[in-house]
Design a binder for this molecule. Structure first.
Ligand SMILES: NC(=O)c1ccc[n+]([C@@H]2O[C@H](COP(=O)([O-])OP(=O)(O)OC[C@H]3O[C@@H](n4cnc5c(N)ncnc54)[C@H](OP(=O)(O)O)[C@@H]3O)[C@@H](O)[C@H]2O)c1
Length: 326
């Protein structure tokens, strides 16, 4: 797998592995199986792994840290703070206070079993705390050697600029896929290009939909995020599946799978773009890694871009959009 560089010099595999679904949001966890998937990813050249303290909550970092312990020096571990949760899965709120940043980092280091975090993101911006205060505390973590690079997730362009002025950012992580296109028009992608910040698209497969193999929503467990997400409600999903049919047609034509096409389309948007598809299956991991070898020509990239223009999907991407682009 070739590498790409995030920000000022964080070299990672051109495709990362999202580990969230191994512990939360997409149904029951199976740590043994997920450990095998993480290790299979390492064997196939993936060096970039994405976690967060709130996935589980608190269990995903333990899983990721253990699975990668033997290869710790060869991989980049990214994690996040900012969504405050209780151990039983409850939600407290968004917290960007400096004391919380420091305590969260120490707790993540301990759960991951590492002496430093390679890439530390603020998961969501706390509107009650100036971003300079939050990133001032994150910069101190870099100075103390606890963190190597900083990132931010789902922030507005001006917030990204202000955070970057406190300490250069290596990555902005935001939802981006063929069915969530707003970063192309709201200044978020443009600001990463302008400031030389890496872009890490999350949910690049639209939470499974763009693979063309999404399970029947009626079979999802009640704690599955998609069960209650507007875009997955039957009426909206019927409309949204038209995008998938069009992606499938392109995939057939170029002898790739729909998941590979969806990931390759993102990778074609810029050399600083590193998608992090998530899976709990080695077969799907191998399929998704294949996307790094799918080179789309300009006209196919354009065709895909026209298949699903910004705003085309029916239903919002989250029930509550009040904590994004702050
Ligand atoms: N910053 C944030 O706020 C934020 C929010 C969401 C996610 N993330 C990060 O982004 C990562 C990726 O996003 P995501 O997991 O939400 O969505 P995703 O990568 O778009 O899709 C994951 C889903 O697709 C399925 N899948 C993956 N590859 C497949 C394939 N080839 N064929 C069929 N199904 C496939 C997976 O099922 P199986 O697991 O059963 O294979 C899983 O249900 C997460 O793991 C997390 O690290 C960050």
């Amino acid at each position: 797998m070739h590498t790409r560089t995030l920000g000022q010099g964080l070299a990672v595999s051109a495709l990362g592995l999202g580990c969230m679904g191994m512990s939360d949001f997409y149904g029951p966890a199976d740590d043994a199986r997920s450990t095998d998937v993480i290790r299979a990813a390492v064997d196939r050249g993936i060096t970039f792994f994405d976690s967060a303290d709130m996935y589980g909550p608190f269990t995903n970092e333990i899983l990721v840290g253990r699975a990668l312990a033997a290869v710790r020096d060869r991989v980049t571990i990214a994690t996040k703070f900012g969504f405050e949760r209780t151990a039983d899965g409850g939600w407290v709120g968004i917290n960007g206070r400096p004391d919380y940043v420091r305590a969260s980092c120490d707790a993540s280091l301990s759960r991951l079993g590492v002496d430093h975090i390679d890439l530390y993101y603020q998961h969501r911006v706390d509107p009650s705390v100036p971003i300079e205060d939050t990133f001032g505390a994150m910069k101190e973590l870099v100075d103390a050697g606890k963190v190597r690079y900083l990132g931010i997730s789902e922030a507005a362009p001006d917030t990204i600029r202000r955070a970057h002025a406190v300490h250069p950012l290596a990555a902005v992580q935001t939802e981006w896929s063929l069915w969530t296109r707003d970063v192309e028009h709201n200044g978020v992608f443009a600001v990463t290009q302008e400031l030389g910040i890496g872009f890490v698209p999350y949910s690049p497969l639209a939470r499974g939909v763009l693979s063309g193999n999404m399970p029947d929503p009626a079979t999802l467990t009640d704690d599955d995020f998609r069960r209650h997400n507007p875009r997955f409600q039957p009426k909206n999903l019927d409309i949204n599946m038209r995008t998938v049919e069009a992606v499938k047609a392109v995939a057939r034509r170029i002898d790739a799978t729909p998941a590979q096409v969806a990931i390759a389309w993102l990778m074609a948007q810029g050399d600083h773009v590193v998608p992090i598809p998530g899976t709990r299956s080695i077969d799907r991991l191998v399929e998704n890694i294949g996307a790094a070898s799918v080179i789309l020509d300009e006209s196919t990239v354009q065709e895909l871009s026209e298949i699903a223009p910004d705003g085309a999907p029916a239903g919002q991407r989250y029930n509550d959009l009040s904590d994004v682009y702050l």
